[in-house]
Every structure is written in C-alpha cells, then in structure tokens.
Design a protein around this ligand. Structure first.
Ligand SMILES: Cc1ncc(C[n+]2csc(CCOP(=O)(O)OP(=O)(O)O)c2C)c(N)n1
Ligand SMILES: [Mg+2]
Length: 973
C-alpha cells in the first residue's frame, strides 16, 4: 500500500502529501475523512485495487475498459489511468434528495472531482506534453493529437472552458478556468520546447526542471541585443557553409545546413557555463557540422580551413603522421568570452566510427578535472554532440552513459546535444530505431531531455542554458534533442531524393533558420531589412579576405607537445629506449615494507594476512618476488616518485585471479584500505577502480584519460584478454592509429591476461595476433614478459622516457603462482633495465655446442625449460622475446649470432594462424638472411591452424601442450 500511496502523488502536485495523508486515513477509517473524499476514494479507490495493482496506477484508478495503452510495459501510472478512463466518465450522480445538505454535498463532491481531473490533465501534460509539441521544423507529422492531452478525455466539455476550478497552487494558480490552464500548459509543454523529466526519480531534480518550465523564466523575452547576437551566429554558420558550397562545390564537408542553430546552442552553453564558473570544456562531435564548429566555436581561422580545402597547409609532411580528413581533426583553443573570462575549449579528434569518441571525451574530462583539483567537477565540463541515428543505434552510447554516475568514471555530468536531422545517411527514423525519440536511451541515467525545434533559435538558446544550469547544479547528464533537418544529402555529393523524396521536397521549400529568424526580428522591430543585408555583406567580405589569406597560409607547427606535454618529444628511434627504470634497493625495500604493512584496528581476512606476510618475506629476503609483488613495486616506486597511477578493470582491485589484493577489505565493516596509498606522506595517488562490465567504454575512457595526462601511468585491464575484442574499435581507431592520424601521443597500458592452460576457448587467448598485426611505424609496443622484473621495468619504462607510446602487455595467469616465475629484488635494483630479448642466465652448455635455439615468448618458456631440463638436454637453449613489437631486431641478431651451429625454431602455444608467428616469422627470416645471407625461416612449432583458439578439454590441452614441447626439443630429422 505504501507504494500505491506514493504513486498517487503525481495527481496532486504540491498537494500530494495532503491527499496521501487523507487516503491513508481513509483506509484506516473511512469515516475519518470528509464525506466528499469518502465518495472519491470509494469510487476510485477500493473498487479498483486489482486494476491499480495490475497497472501500477493510482489506487483509485477507475476500472473502466477503454482504449488500451499501446505499450504493455508503459510504467507511467497516469498513462494507464487515463487510457482506462476513456470514454469520459459520467457526470457526478444527482443528489438522492433535494435537501440543501445533499445538494451541498453533491456540489463539494463534483468540485473535488473536477479539480482532481484537471490536475490529472496537468500531470499528463507534464509527462506527455512533448508528444504534441511543435518540434519539427518540417512539420512532417502534421497535426498531432494524444488522447491523454485532450480535455475531453477527462470529461470536460465546451461548457467547462470558462468555468473556474480550484487548483490549490498547482501551476502556481489558486483557481483558474479550464481555458487558462489549458493555454498555459500547452504553452509550457507543447510549444517549441518539449521536455521529458517526469521519469527522474530524484525529487529535487524533477521539481527543478518543473519549476524552470512552469516558472516565469520560460516566458521571459530576450533582449534585442541578445537576439541580434543569435542572428549573427546564424549568419556565421549558414554563411560559412554557403561560402564553401560556392567555392568548393561538391567537396565533402558534411554541412551543418538545416541545423545551423547548433552554433547559437553551443555559444549559449559556453557562455552560460562560463558565467557559472566553468573554465574548460572538452567537446566531442561527429562529422556533421564539424568544420563549422571548428571555425565558429573553436576559433580555427577560416583561412586554415580554406587552405586545407586547397590541400595546401596540412599535408602529412608538414605536420608529421599520416594525417586525417579535415572533418576529423581535433583542436584546442582559448577564447575570451564577452564576460571577459577565458574559456579553454578542446575538441577531441575522432574517427569515423560514430559515438566512439564519447568515452574518450569523458576520460579526458576526468583527467583534466583531476589535474586542476576540480573535485566538485564544476570547472571542467564535457559536451558531446551526436547524430540522431548514431545516438539511438550505437551501444557505446549506453555504455558511456552507464559510466556517468560511477565513482571511478563520473565527470559531473555531460551535456549531450543530439543534432536530430531526422535521418541517418539514407535511413529514416522509423526504420532505424525502436524508440520514439533518439534520446530515449538517456533515460537509463534519468537525464532530463529537452526536445527543441531548431528553427526557433531562441528556444534553442533557452534549453542550452537550462541544460548547463542543470548540469552545474546537479552534476548529472542532460540531453538536448534539437529537431532539425539536413538540407543536402548525407554529404554534398549525395542525392537525397532517391530515398526521401517527400522530405526533400519539403526541405527545398523551407526557408533557412537564418531567414526565418531575420523575418521574425524585422517583424518585431529589432532589425531593419537594411541592417540585415549589411550583416550578410560584412560576413561575406570577411570570408573573402580569409580566402585570400588562405593562399599563403601555412601551419607552422604541430600542437602535439604543448601544455602538459611540454618537455616530451616525438619518439625518433627504435633502439633499446630503456629509460631509467631501475630503483635503489633501499627504495624498493621501503616501498615493499609500506605495502605489506598491516594497519592497526583493521580486521584482515586470514588469507590476506598470509599473502601480505609472503610478500614481506620476499622483500626482506630479496628473492622469490612474484608477478603481483613486482607489479606493486612498479606502481609503488612510481607513486613514491610523485607519479599518479590509475588502474581500471573489472575486479582489478582484488585481481581476477585473486593475485593483486591492492584493496584490502576490513572483514567487520567492509572499509577499504589501499596499501599503495600509504607509502609516504608525499607521493602520487593510486587510483584503483573496479569498473563497470564494459570493455569498449572503459578502454575508450582510459585512452582519453591518458591523452590528457602524460604524467600518470594509466592502465586498463581486461578480465581475460579474450574480452578485449569488445573494445576493438577503440584499439583500432585510437590506440593503434591515434598518434599517426591526429598527432596525439598516449602512454596507455593495456593488461591482457593470456595463456593456454586448458581453460577452454574463451579464457586462453588475448588474440595477440590482432595487436601485432596493427603494429607499424612505431605506433605501439607489444610485450609478453616472462619474468616479474621484466614486467616491473616495462611498466616503469612507460613514464621514464621522453615520449609516450601505448603498451599492450599479455599478462600471465598460471605464472602468477609459478615457482620458477620469480625475480630477485636486485633484478629491479641498480644497473637493471628492461631487456627486449632474454637469454638464459644458466646456459645448458657452451654456445658452440648449442644445436637448437628455441625462440619463444611468455609462459611456454617455462614448459620448455622444465622438459629440456628433465630430459637433461645440454644442446638446446631458449631465447625469449619479451618485447614482440617493435621487433627487437638488433638484440635478437646479437643473441642468435652466438649459436652458429644451431637451428632455429619458433615455438608458441597458440594455433599457427594466431599468436605471434604471423608477425615474427617473416621478421626472423629477414634477420637470418641479413646474418647468414641465406633465406632460412625459423621452423614453426605450435598448435596447428584452428578456428577456435583452444580446446574445451583440459585433457586434450595437456596432450597438445606436451606434443608441442616435445616437438620443439626433438632433434630435427
Ligand atoms: C559506427 C559507424 N557505422 C556506420 C557509419 C557510416 N555512417 C556515417 S554517417 C552515418 C549516418 C549517421 O546518421 P546520424 O547519426 O543521424 O548523423 P547525421 O549524418 O544525420 O548528422 C553513417 C551510417 C559510421 N560512420 N560509423
Ligand atoms: Mg541524422
């Protein structure tokens, strides 16, 4: 019953508590409430409990069979209620007798019921008013009607329109006529702005939106000055596109035309944000209108864009890297706004893959907030623009929205702007989404959604300001869905009439937003036709001047190493590039003791105590350091040197394999203790995040984070490496190619558990071959370390060189607890470093006697070593490639040349079409050819080609593994 009472509240606005109270009293004792209320509750209440239960509607929902709501899952109580009300209820029953008391009782009852119905109608407008709002500039759907928004549905007739009703302050009115109420709610909820907010379960946020919509602000007129400013912005956005259209006809530019109000929208958002204290905005947007945003909002000189159209300024040679098409490039700028304050704007570079940039922008924002100490998240704000088809279709949208309230990933709310041109390439909305609006997915985070007609720039500016106010007040996501259209085809060469002839006939006749607004301002006396013409002429002249200037425009430098990147350099060699990763033993011990200390008054899990003890022993002895301890030492020493470390992944705090235990949990109260944050008073911050169960959004986010903060070690860990393929777009489009395309370095580390241990096809392979296939032009590093100290150095190396490169690490599973896979503390101490190729410290025999060199990488080394030693073979040695890419040519050549009598084998556990073979095979061949002058391939030993990475049978796995080890050690026949 409690729930039902709560659900009645929607009916009565501010009076809900009163009614709830009344109803509760009525339930306890019907005679305790006034007779008129008894009748209301009797009629709408007890009789209908079953219906109410079924519909989750108000307890007094009348059991009237009428029009059934279309959606069986519609959980809006009022929707069901009203749907079931049709046809209109009969008038109040006549008094049983003509006595004055009966007449007055009847009148009271009728008045109460009228008020209830009117308030129900008001609520229906709050919930569904947007459905009949005037949102579409093309008016493609024509006249809209919704039964729940029709007064007749509530029993009102023409005679009722001028009758006074008691409202008790709902809508701020004590009493009002039906006409007044209807006009007011239509104007509020059904004009050029349609708002969805009644799904928000936080009362303060919901009522804030309600107050903004219903309060006077919504009806305040803009000053003439502001209106002229908006017009100027429309001139710029339309004028720029027109100019390009004339000067570079047919060239792809993904024009903004039809959505020109995007520019006043962004301007309003930026200015409002600045007024409220925001100092930096990180933006992400797709192709549509990007050139316009780059120039008009981001301040990129028109001359620069024109020169790119002429193919002059940013040829790859000028700017390093392979470059990208002009509508993908990122840019950052500082703008001084009209209020005199500075705003730093950065628009992220993005690939063609729609929506892929969303998590990247979020991650960048979070990093910038952290760097500024913006704990309240009110100084740096994220703004994302979206296409309607992409926002509705791409799963990454939901994944990124899902991050918005999480401790490790929140950015204090993102402003989402859907440039809803009601088409995606050639596909109409009815074929491309199952939801009424493209924005519906955002309801999952209870974001308010402002739909707005893009042909009313004032309404657009108004919602932009509302959205910013909401974001800064509640630190939550908010959506603007700007209805507009696309004046041309998908790009300027496309013929839209092939697929949308009706829509495009309508568009051809439709004046531009700028024309409409000019007429409006002229009609309102704000502007003369002459002044309007002067504005156009002035803007066109400035574009002509820029075009002249573009002929001699030159990009003088790439901006990749400015700001926080200053001091770093573009990597210019593929040599050892070790950096100084060794750490004095004393420091290693200090860190080691700190991270194994047991704080007092903390109730440890017994096994954790044992684990800490073991680790402490490793540190004290300086021997037997396992993988996780080495990792903790790498993190701890970096932290001690002042770097931040941020490790994010599913269950990374404990570690999927229960190996890390970087977060200790008090067994009494579940309080968390993070040893790595207790090393020293002055140290960097260790952020360890158990992430949401997403790969793509989280990896994209961490990539974005690492783009913004090169001083921090940022790591993303897959639960098992297999699952990282869910983030393939981020790997392909950002991690592997970002530096080359957009001149943006990144030091992100990906930890991918990998290894064939009989766990089946889905828990064995991190798809090493995929990463290796992506490696070229020194774009990223792929390592498969075989010792804890190697891992220690390679992690530290990320921050100890003067460049940043993504690092893919295939991390072990069984080796985490393998007794041979240990290092000495001294292996991390003075005079140590990361070695790309490891030879055996204790050779089985002299170099000249070696008849077989087995090249391998990672875990299989231990299988080979064990079997070789068991067989007592003295003429077989192993060389381990700790780093696979960039391929360690020089050290491998050096090592191979030690064994002139040996044949060479490449041994891997993965099937032949997987693992490193495809990558290392030709490279080893080329190397041997250079050494010996003969074309000799290393012989492949490993599993045969396979469709699935590994067998599901543990027994088969072991047989296969034994066979490949045997083959690798067996003398060549
Ligand atoms: C992930 C992805 N799939 C397909 C495409 C190809 N594509 C480019 S634009 C486009 C239509 C996008 O429609 P919408 O999101 O509404 O943006 P609009 O072009 O209408 O502004 C498509 C399908 C793409 N770029 N990215
Ligand atoms: Mg679209």
């Amino acid at each position: 019953m409690t729930r039902r009472i709560e659900e009645t509240s929607f009916l009565f606005g501010s009076n809900s508590i009163f009614v709830e109270d009344l109803y509760a009293r009525y339930l306890a004792d019907p005679n305790s409430v006034d007779a008129s209320w008894q009748q209301v509750f009797a009629e709408f209440g007890d009789d209908c409990q079953a219906v109410a239960d079924e519909t989750r509607g108000a307890p007094w929902a009348p059991r009237v069979c009428g029009v059934k709501s279309e959606s069986a899952e519609d959980d809006d109580a009022n929707g069901e209620l009203v749907a079931r009300m049709a046809p209109a209820p009969a008038p109040a029953p006549a008094p049983k007798s003509g006595s004055p008391a009966a007449i007055s009782e009847h009148a009271a009852h009728a008045a109460t019921r009228d008020s209830i119905r009117l308030i129900m109608m008001i609520r229906a407008y709050r919930v569904r008013g947007h459905l009949i709002a005037d949102l579409d500039p093309l008016d493609l759907d024509g006249e809209k009607h919704h039964p729940e928004l029709d007064p007749a549905t509530y029993g009102f007739t023409a005679q009722d329109y001028d009758r006074e009703f008691y409202l008790d302050s709902v809508l701020g009115l004590k009493t009002a006529t039906l006409r007044e109420v209807h006009d007011l709610i239509k104007q509020t909820y059904c004009s050029k702005i349609g708002v969805e907010y009644m799904h928000i379960q936080y009362p303060d946020q919901k009522s804030w939106v309600q107050v903004q919509m219903e309060g006077s602000r919504n009806r305040t007129h803009m000053s003439a000055e502001k209106r002229i400013e908006i017009l100027g912005q429309l001139y710029s956005s339309e004028g720029f596109e027109r100019f390009l259209h004339i000067k570079y006809p047919g060239t792809k530019r993904f024009s903004l035309e039809g959505a020109e109000s995007t520019i006043p929208l962004l301007e309003a958002a930026i200015n409002r944000a600045s007024a409220l204290g925001v100092e930096e905005i990180v933006l992400g947007m797709p192709h549509r209108g990007r050139l316009n945003v780059l120039t008009t909002i981001m301040g990129k000189p028109h001359a620069a864009v024109f020169s790119e159209f002429q193919g002059e300024a940013s040829s790859p040679d000028d700017v390093l890297g392979s470059g990208d098409v002009k509508y993908h490039l990122g840019v950052s700028s500082d703008r001084t706004l009209a209020n005199g304050r500075n705003m730093h704007l950065s628009l992220a570079a993005n690939p063609s893959h729609l929506e892929a940039v969303n998590p990247v922008v979020a991650g960048k924002t979070r990093a910038k907030q952290a760097m500024r100490g913006d704990e309240a998240r009110k100084k740096v704000m994220a703004v994302l623009l979206h296409g309607d088809a992409a926002f509705a279709g791409q799963g990454l949208v939901a994944e990124t929205l899902g991050l918005s309230e999480l401790r490790g990933h929140r950015v204090g709310g993102t402003i989402h702007i859907i440039v809803n041109n009601q088409i995606g390439f050639t596909t109409s909305p009815k074929y491309s989404r199952s939801s009424p609006y493209p924005s519906d997915v955002a309801k999952m985070v209870q974001a308010p959604i402002f739909h707005v007609n893009g042909d009313d720039p004032e309404a657009v500016v108004h919602v932009a300001e509302l959205a910013v106010d909401f974001r800064l007040r509640f630190n939550r996501d908010v959506v603007i869905d700007m209805f507009c259209y696309r004046r041309h085809g998908h790009n300027e060469g496309d013929e839209p009439a092939f697929t949308q002839p009706k829509m495009y006939r309508r568009i051809a006749q439709h004046p531009t937003t700028r024309q409409l607004y000019t007429e409006r301002l002229i009609a309102d006396g704000v502007l003369t036709p002459k002044a309007a013409e002067a504005l156009i002429a002035e803007f066109n002249q400035s574009l002509e001047d820029s075009l002249d200037a573009s002929k001699s425009y030159r990009v003088n430098k790439a901006d990749m190493l400015e700001g926080v990147w200053e001091g770093l350099e573009v990597a210019n060699s593929t040599g050892p590039r070790r950096g100084k990763t060794s750490v004095p033993l004393k420091r290693l011990q200090e860190v080691g003791m700190a991270i194994t200390a047991e704080p007092e008054e903390f109730e440890f899990n017994r096994k954790v105590v044992r684990m800490l003890g073991n680790r402490r022993e490793m540190i004290v002895e300086g021997e037997g350091i396992d993988w996780s301890t080495a990792e903790a030492l790498a993190f701890g020493t970096l932290l001690r040197e002042g770097h931040g470390v941020r490790l994010v992944g599913q269950d990374s705090g404990r570690g999927t394999f229960s190996q890390r235990h970087s977060v200790l949990i008090d067994q009494n109260n579940e309080e968390r203790y993070i040893p790595l944050n207790h090393i020293h008073q002055k140290q960097g911050f260790f952020e360890i995040i158990d992430s949401t169960l997403s790969e793509q959004a989280v990896l994209g986010y961490e990539y974005g984070y690492s783009l913004a903060d090169p001083s921090k070690l940022v790591l993303w860990e897959a639960q098992f490496g297999d699952f990282a393929n869910g983030a393939q777009v981020i790997v392909d489009q950002f991690v592997a190619s970002g530096e080359s395309k957009w001149l943006r370095m990144c030091g992100l580390v990906m930890l991918l558990p990998h290894g064939f241990e009989g766990q089946g096809p889905e828990h064995s392979s991190a798809r090493m071959e995929r990463y290796l296939q992506l490696c070229a032009e020194d774009n990223m590093q792929v390592v498969n370390c075989s010792t804890p100290s190697s891992y220690f150095h390679v992690l530290r190396r990320q921050l100890k060189r003067n460049f940043r490169k993504p690092l893919i690490v295939f991390t072990p599973k069984s080796l985490l607890r393998h007794k041979r896979c240990v290092s000495a503390l001294a292996d991390m101490g003075p005079k140590t470093a990361f070695h790309r190729v490891l030879y055996e410290n204790h050779m089985p025999g002299p170099d000249q006697s070696i008849r077989r060199v087995v090249l391998c990488s990672g875990k299989v080394f231990y299988d080979l070593e064990a079997e070789r030693d068991a067989r007592g073979l003295k003429d077989v040695t192993m060389l381990r490639l700790e780093q696979l890419a960039p391929f360690p040519k020089t050290p491998l050549r050096e090592q191979l040349s030690r064994f002139p009598k040996a044949d060479v084998i490449w041994c891997q556990e993965e099937p032949e079409n997987m693992g490193a073979w495809g990558y290392v095979g030709p490279r080893i061949e080329a190397l041997i050819k250079r050494m010996d002058g003969v074309s000799k391939r290393a012989r492949y030993v490993g599993r045969p080609e396979a469709a699935s990475p590994a067998t599901g049978s543990n027994k088969v796995h072991h047989a296969e593994q034994a066979k490949l080890v045997d083959k690798a050690l067996h003398p060549m026949t």
